[in-house]
Design a protein around this ligand. Sequence first.
Ligand SMILES: Cc1ncc(COP(=O)(O)O)c(C=O)c1O
Ligand SMILES: N[C@@H](CCCC[NH3+])C(=O)O
Length: 415
Amino acid sequence: MDFFNYNENQLYAEECSVTDLAKTHGTPLYIYSRATIERHWHAFDQAAGDRPHLVCYAVKANSNLAVLNVMARLGSGFDIVSKGELARVLQAGGDASKVVFSGVGKKSDEIAYALEKNIHCFNVESEAELDRIQAVAKQLGKKAPISLRVNPDVDAGTHPYISTGLKENKFGVSIEDAYKIYAKAAEYSHIVVKGIDSHIGSQLTEIQPFLDALDRVLLLVDNLAEQGIKLSHIDVGGGLGVCYDDEQPPHPNEYAKAIASKLEGRDISLIYEPGRAIMANAGILVTEVEFLKTNQDRHFAIVDGAMNDLIRPSLYQAWQKIIPVKTKSKVAPKIYDIVGPVCETGDFLGKARELAIEAGDLLAIRSSGAYGFTMSSNYNSRPRAAEIMVDGENSYVIRQRESLESLWQGENVLP
Ligand SMILES: Cc1ncc(COP(=O)(O)O)c(C=O)c1O
Ligand SMILES: N[C@@H](CCCC[NH3+])C(=O)O
């Protein structure tokens, strides 16, 4: 089910006309759907059944305060990777006691901040990090709840830049090393061993790698229990893929059920860290065609959105569907490269797309709710796009388009 649909030949986001939103707020423009975010979140939450669990939404996918607030109102937990993300969660009304803190490079001040806010758990990614958490916790007179992120060495079958669970990736510790690190953690005065965590990559479209990883993790859980280290939760990470093109990833419900069924008979709670599966298809990026241009035999649609707004196509050769906001029957379709104004050959949003368009038309880049705005930048001194949330027939500006002045805020010229 999509949150945007054509009515006659016009695209609507929930009950809001995309053309009207673009006219009012300008382009490029991110539009998200509250109902879709909620529906996707509930799919994870409900599939876990009666087992105690937390859906810890991965904030990096989309960290707009309104997005976080929608989830906070549902009772969501959050997976964060920086002090900044924790600050955002708290600012949006999120509950610190439902926050897990991932990431390979936590600084001491970030650990201290998270301890002061009493987060649920640190997902520890190395022995050196465990030592640092112990030291900071001791200094603050606090006990730090931890789980160890293990790297189960399974091939997630995804793009190499977003695969994280292989031996050669920087994330987590190997299962072999985990035993010794758990033993050390159990001895530490200011560490409380809570759980285990693994996250093998992003945009996975098959269930099997998740289940293979879980098998390896469960073996470790059982062996640790024999050594007297009993874990109270398993964090299965995020990574469930979405349909960008013709992929057929499992539905969150099916995925979560498959995970939950592996844990049957075990007295252990469950944490999910979905990002993309909740947000990607809850958002679109709307952009206007500035010019149509033909070089030799190649047609270009030069649009006002660019790699600084949505970097996924440039960075991962990611394919996202591009559709006209108003369909036109009287314009001859052509094959276009959809490119932005940024001075890079790699600045494209899509290549070789058949579209019936004219200058001034609006295009929607689908599946842009995750890793869209959060990965945007001011490259080429381009103010970042505005963000809108639609809720039925209502729409709200949840982030204003950046002003020109904001481009140099905090910069100083020499005296
Ligand atoms: C530790 C961790 N958890 C959760 C996520 C969210 O992943 P996804 O957006 O693929 O669900 C990521 C990103 O890949 C991650 O690194
Ligand atoms: N940013 C990536 C996903 C990385 C996930 C973060 N660990 C994407 O857009 O697909």
